[in-house]
Design a protein around this ligand. Structure first.
Ligand SMILES: *Cc1c(COP(=O)(O)O)cnc(C)c1O
Length: 500
């Protein structure tokens, strides 16, 4: 049997890597997991240490993708193509933030949209293209039986542009991104609407982000619509995104040129980024992991007492890409923790326990895990949270003290805050600490300006704004205006735009 993927909520009907990527979510509502955490070669700490980002990505991804599905040479070209769009030759460089504190930043924002989601969405787009072109190889260019994917997503700002740049110009893929009119920043709107490729459609919806999100859910659940358009998701539950993100933990560890353990502090929302770190750790990379959250701190609270409880509503913070009620990918970690403890390595039992958790979450907004599961989680993660004023302070401290004149974005600042607080309280057990820097500061001008306006030496346009953004703000744009917030209206737009 080639390597397969199982849902977190059941033990039967495994799927191939291709199915897991194309479907995104399992039909039972669960998330796809690899059948095992794969082991790298025994001497990987030595044999992989000088590899380029691309070479490492091929080594790591091929542990989870059978050769029979994607031959190594094809995987290599997917990887090369995906990271050719990055502005740094190291793809995800590590910089020293402060020598005395041995603090480092892992800069993940050198992709086309200046946010860490590019690392995963560039590969996801190329995997979609690869699988579709194989299915359509013997069909005429305009044949009606071609396999297609219609990606429909909602964005409150950041994810939409990364998805668009991952999917632009991909054959047999159309992408519709819904966003709330007037509620995303002008830079974010311009980043999406200035992509003029024929297969990219941005839809401005006269409502809130939740209205957009609800529409996406409705369209996914609409069987007839789905049969016709093959709705696809690229949100952070897609396994291939987690897989692509593992590479930079290895790359950063090797960049530090150490034999000691290293702590990674990860600004977290949906738990995708740090979950990749969990897999890296399970694969043998000697690392500790810290979850850094903003005021939406369900993960922080979980580690305190083992109860996973939704807040009544989302707090709007200065780090909006982490404004979540629940962290979808946490389900994957919970599955592993349950499987290894209370389920006694029985897949069916673990699926049953997870089903119970998730149904309680749905009906009661909360569930509590058994002590063994909480202990397991605590043995892997610690957590810290930041208020908006902590975030502002961390941007300022970075600029004035840690690395003079260096500007971090507010999401990264949540991580910097966590690292500083935990170092001070002696809650970090390694000398070196790496904070994942998840976005370029130019994308979040409000928080950055608020933090640094009082610094006489600071000038947003000169110090932060990339030339490319200045040009982009003047570029031609296209967008579709929805007449109302209903799902019917979105369906009408999709049908009218695609013409079938
Ligand atoms: C998405 C995002 C995060 C959170 O990552 P998760 O994988 O959802 O935990 C943090 N920072 C930025 C800038 C993001 O876009």
């Amino acid at each position: 049997m080639p390597f397969e993927y199982y849902s977190t909520r059941s033990s039967d009907t495994p799927v191939s890597f291709e199915q897991a990527v194309i479907q995104g979510l399992a039909p039972d509502g669960g998330l796809y997991l690899p059948e095992t955490v794969s082991n790298p070669p025994a001497d990987f700490l030595n044999s992989w240490k000088d590899l380029s980002f691309q070479d490492l990505a091929v080594e790591i991804m091929s542990l989870y993708i059978p050769e029979s599905e994607v031959p190594r040479a094809d995987l290599r070209s997917i990887v090369e193509k995906s990271y050719s769009t990055f502005r740094s030759k190291d793809v995800t460089p590590v910089i020293e933030l402060n020598k005395e504190k041995q603090l480092y930043l892992l800069e993940l924002f050198h992709g086309p949209t200046y946010a860490f989601k590019d690392v995963a969405l560039q590969t996801l787009g190329n995997l979609f293209e690869y699988f579709l072109s194989r299915k359509n190889a013997n069909k005429a260019p305009n044949a009606s039986d071609r396999d297609v994917i219609t990606v429909i997503g909602a964005t409150s700002g950041d994810t939409g542009s990364a998805a668009i740049y991952g999917l632009r110009n991909k054959k047999d893929v159309n992408v519709f991104i819904l966003y709330p009119t007037g509620r995303i920043s002008p830079i974010q709107e311009q980043q999406m609407t200035s992509v003029l490729d024929d297969n990219v459609h941005t839809v401005s919806v006269p409502g809130t982000f939740d209205d957009c999100q609800d529409n996406v859910k409705t369209l996914f659940a609409d069987v007839a619509f789905n049969d016709k358009y093959h709705v696809g998701a690229v949100n952070s539950i897609n396994w291939s995104r987690i897989l692509s993100q593992m590479t930079y933990y290895f790359k950063a560890y090797f960049a530090l040129n150490t034999k000691e353990k290293v702590t990674f502090v990860v600004p977290s929302g949906n738990f995708g980024d740090i979950l990749a770190g969990y897999y890296a750790k399970e694969m043998g990379l000697p690392i500790d992991l810290v979850i850094a959250t903003n005021q939406n701190d369900i993960l922080y609270r979980f580690l305190k007492d083992g109860s996973y409880s939704k807040d009544p509503e989302v707090h709007a913070t200065l780090s909006p890409a982490m404004d979540i009620l629940v962290s979808s990918n946490f389900e994957r970690f919970l599955w592993h923790a349950v499987y290894e403890t209370v389920a006694k390595k029985n897949r069916a039992e673990a699926g049953k326990v997870l089903n119970g958790f998730m149904s309680d979450l749905k009906t009661k907004g909360t569930f509590t895990v058994p002590q063994e599961v909480l202990q397991k989680a605590r043995s892997i993660f610690s957590a810290e949270h930041a208020t908006d004023s902590d975030t502002i302070d961390a941007i300022r401290t970075t600029y004035t003290e840690l690395l003079p004149k260096y500007v971090v974005d507010p999401h990264t600042a949540v991580g910097v805050h966590a690292a500083l607080v935990m170092q001070k309280a002696d809650r970090i057990n390694t000398e070196k600490v790496v904070v994942l820097s998840t976005a370029h500061p130019a994308k979040f001008s409000e928080a950055v300006t608020k933090a640094l306006d009082s610094e006489s030496s600071f000038n947003f346009e000169n110090d932060v704004l990339p030339e490319e953004f200045k040009k982009m703000m003047l570029a031609e744009t296209k967008k579709i205006f929805a007449n109302d917030t209903s799902a019917e209206e979105i369906k009408r737009i999709v049908t009218a735009t695609l013409g079938y």
